[in-house]
Design a protein around this ligand. Structure first.
Ligand SMILES: NC(=O)c1ccc[n+]([C@@H]2O[C@H](COP(=O)([O-])OP(=O)(O)OC[C@H]3O[C@@H](n4cnc5c(N)ncnc54)[C@H](O)[C@@H]3O)[C@@H](O)[C@H]2O)c1
Length: 267
């Protein structure tokens, strides 16, 4: 008996990285999983691989920037598996060459970033809630980011929209809790998904590691396992919360890594 046995799950951004991990782990724990992505070929490949392992999975196209496309993915899920119990609103991102500081940022990118990170969560949840009410409850999980808690030199739109995800999570939890619908978010720190590895110079990854409490960086499964927990009844008394999964990067006195270097050099 899996931890989410026979539950129906829709995962957005499931062809790669965190979404791929979550979809795989949910399927391994007994869920029937719909992998939604605008990389439909990638999503189909993952679904086929899961099926070969005897798991239940299928793929659907979604463009998380388009309302109708999100609605269609939700309806596809219910048409295919008869219900919707778990929604993982995971798609998100930004264009780091355009999402700059307040003065220099591209305003079109600000709008796109709000849409892909924040509005997509609103829309996915809006279309999922009536089906979850019909099913007697459900679990909605959103991907926020530690960028929604700590500000930075650039990625102003990204961080602001992810802070919005943290708060929207509480709104969804508040408004539908009595329908037995829970809503929680996960705020990852740096997770070495293909996107992160391709976008960040090795030196930047090294700097990140230096400031982690732990001696290593996060992997997609570090988030995927938390998704399974939030999707399952193991977390049944938890709602409106954001789990920070970030290797202790944002926890301590921010000068700790430099102080350690200083103390070591002077001992
Ligand atoms: N990787 C990190 O370090 C990190 C840290 C904090 C938060 N996050 C968040 O985690 C989530 C997943 O990130 P990831 O690193 O796994 O990224 P990723 O690029 O590896 O995967 C993202 C997936 O989403 C799909 N996608 C992108 N735009 C889409 C759209 N408009 N419609 C449908 N599908 C779309 C891509 O095809 C891809 O399969 C994002 O919300 C991101 O902001 C990531």
């Amino acid at each position: 008996m899996g931890r989410v046995q026979d539950k129906v799950a829709l995962v957005t951004g499931a062809a790669s990285g965190i979404g791929l991990s979550a979809a795989t782990l949910l399927a391994k724990e007994g869920a029937k999983v719909v992998l939604a992505d605008y990389n439909i070929e990638g999503a189909k490949e993952v679904a086929a691989a899961l099926k070969l392992e005897g798991l239940e999975a299928t793929a659907v196209f979604v463009n998380a920037l388009e309302e109708q496309s999100i609605k269609d993915a939700v309806e596809f899920t219910v048409d295919t598996y008869g219900a919707l119990n778990i929604l993982y609103n995971n798609v998100g991102g930004t264009n780091v060459r355009k999402d700059l500081d307040i003065v220099n940022m591209d305003l079109d990118e600000w709008d796109r970033t709000m849409d892909i990170n924040l509005k997509s969560v609103l829309l996915g949840s809006r279309f999922a809630v009536p089906h979850m009410q019909k099913a007697g409850g459900g679990s909605i999980i959103n991907t926020a980011s530690m960028g929604g808690f700590a500000s930075d030199a650039i990625r102003t739109g990204y961080g602001t929209s992810k802070a919005g995800v943290v708060h929207l999570t509480k709104y969804i939890a508040t408004q539908y809790g009595k329908d037995n619908i829970r809503c929680n978010a996960i705020a990852p720190g740096l997770i070495l998904t293909p996107a992160a590895i391709n976008n960040l110079p090795a030196k930047m990854i090294e700097i990140f590691t230096k400031y982690n409490a732990l001696p290593y960086n996060g992997e997609a499964d570090d988030i995927g396992h938390a998704v399974v927990f939030l999707a399952s009844d193991e977390s049944k008394f938890m709602t409106g919360q954001t789990m920070q999964i970030e290797g202790g990067h944002y926890m301590a006195n921010p000068t700790i890594a430099d102080l350690n270097e200083f103390l070591t050099a002077n001992n």
